[in-house]
Design a binder for this molecule. Structure first.
Ligand SMILES: O=C(O)[C@H]1O[C@H](OP(=O)(O)OP(=O)(O)OC[C@H]2O[C@@H](n3ccc(=O)[nH]c3=O)[C@H](O)[C@@H]2O)[C@H](O)[C@@H](O)[C@H]1O
Length: 444
């Protein structure tokens, strides 16, 4: 219940405010008050600068707090830019699809973009080139895409205005959504970045796909093996429980799967989540163990290898080679049905497809074996510091059952870890111009 207005007080306040205005005009004309006002202004400016410096998110165009970034729409869009967007997205064959690839300058994104383009599909890249790891590697991937006539828009998926503009220019049939904050253990250091990209960014994309895009595209997106969390049933099946994530990263990917359900249910968006299992290979991510181990072994630096508590199974991963994952992504895109939503959102013509698949290698390898394979390929012994696995989000073991992906789109991984790492090392020494005794010939 509200209080009745105090009319006496209100009119007194109006009068007082009138008096303050009258007095202030008199005051500012005296020399003492001029000095006073100037010093007050100066103090205000200093406080403002202090706040901005200590809260970079306030001035950032792409904050990590989940606030909407300032749109790059007006600074990016020119008629040449529009031409590049349209040209890149146009399929080269009559049966080709038109795909917006978010995270296109990332590891999996760049490989998928190239594979799609190679078979005649239209591909537009989208990436914010953040500095989670060396952005120059992302720029090199972007240049590689450009050499194959794939244009990459340099922006954040939280930029609604720009995304809308892109969907106005191109009637994408599909979105391959791979832009995300990756890394399991980094979530301890920078939790907000996971919310910004994996939750807010994903919702922003889905909002635009559901309510703005005409036609609403089918969306295939990157979930993660980490959603299995503390699950102990093996190998991991899509039917197992995923309600016990061990890291915030895993929790945001699991949240993504639930959010996908909602947009499928309300708006009829066709959505397919792919649970990737520790993907590795050429042009990979420097933050991942196989990559940083390679770098450190070559530089004679000690690597930290995690081990399980005594009496437990060795720490292992179902390492999955990039080419196998790319085939899985294309298979998922090719079997994705159209969204059933009506452009503008709010209605759907009927139920739409909602899928989740494991994309793993089906053959877990202990991390100690990963190190010994690398030692062989690099002809150099690793200096190892073996420590107990810290409780910072890691899980001890992953192992995929991929029969669902096999049945639905013929997914069948074909590269074992030794072969895949040989391909990675060959790329690594070429890219970073490293001399090693002998590069194992993998073109058998
Ligand atoms: O499948 C996923 O969904 C995730 O895969 C990947 O996570 P992980 O499987 O944790 O890969 P990665 O960090 O390479 O560690 C590999 C192994 O090395 C061990 N490890 C790691 C670091 C270290 O210093 N020492 C060590 O022993 C470590 O204990 C682990 O056993 C992606 O990064 C992630 O973004 C997500 O996609």
């Amino acid at each position: 219940m509200g209080y009745p207005p105090d009319t006496t007080k209100t009119s007194m306040e109006r009068y007082n405010s009138y008096l303050r205005r009258v007095n202030s005009t008199k005051l500012i004309n005296t020399p003492t008050s001029k000095i006073l006002i100037r010093s007050l202004l100066l103090t205000a400016v200093i406080i403002l600068i202090f706040f901005t410096v200590n809260n970079p998110n306030l001035s950032s165009s792409s904050s990590s707090t989940g606030h909407h970034p300032r749109s790059l729409l007006s600074s990016l869009v020119t008629s040449d830019w529009e031409k590049s967007v349209r040209k890149s997205s146009t399929p080269q064959i009559p049966t080709g699809i038109s795909v917006l690839v978010t995270g296109a300058a990332g590891f999996v994104g760049s490989h998928c973009a190239l594979a799609l383009k190679k078979r005649g599909d239209g591909v537009l890249g989208f990436d914010n080139f953040n500095s989670y790891y060396d952005p120059s590697l992302k720029r090199s991937r972007q240049n590689l895409l450009l050499r194959h006539e794939i244009f990459t828009v340099d922006a954040d998926i939280n930029d609604s205005d720009l995304l809308k503009k892109i969907f106005d220019l191109v009637p994408f049939t599909h979105v391959l959504h791979l832009a995300a904050q990756a890394g399991v253990r980094y979530a301890i250091k920078n939790p907000q970045s996971y919310i910004h990209s994996n939750i807010a960014g994903f919702v922003n994309l889905l909002e635009i796909a559901a309510k703005h895009a005409d036609p609403p595209p089918a969306i295939v997106w990157a979930s993660s093996s980490s959603v299995y969390g503390l699950n102990t049933a093996n190998p991991f099946s899509e039917l197992h429980r995923t309600d016990r994530p061990a890291s915030l990263y895993a929790a945001t990917k699991k949240a993504g799967e639930e959010i996908a359900h909602t947009y499928n249910h309300i708006y009829g968006l066709s959505l397919t989540g792919l649970r990737f299992f520790t993907v590795y290979g050429p042009w990979g991510r420097p933050d991942m163990a196989y990559f940083s181990f390679t770098k450190d072994i070559l530089n004679g630096k000690t690597i930290t290898v995690f081990e399980a508590p005594h009496g437990q199974k060795e720490i292992a991963r179902d390492f999955t080679f990039i080419d196998d994952v790319v085939r899985g992504c294309l298979g998922a895109l090719d079997t994705a049905e159209k969204s059933s939503g009506v452009p503008g959102g709010g209605k759907k013509k009927g139920p739409a497809q909602l899928r989740v698949y494991n994309l793993g290698n089906t053959s877990p390898v202990p991390v100690s074996k990963l190190v010994s394979i690398l030692e062989g390929l690099l002809s150099k012994k690793a200096k190892k510091n073996v420590v107990s696995m810290p409780g910072n989000g890691d899980v001890p073991y992953t192992h995929a059952n991929v029969s669902l992906a096999h049945n639905d789109f013929g997914y069948k991984p074909t590269t074992d870890l030794t072969m895949g790492l040989a391909k990675f090392v060959k790329w690594y020494v070429g890219y970073y111009d490293v001399k090693i005794k002998q590069v194992v010939d993998i073109e058998r």
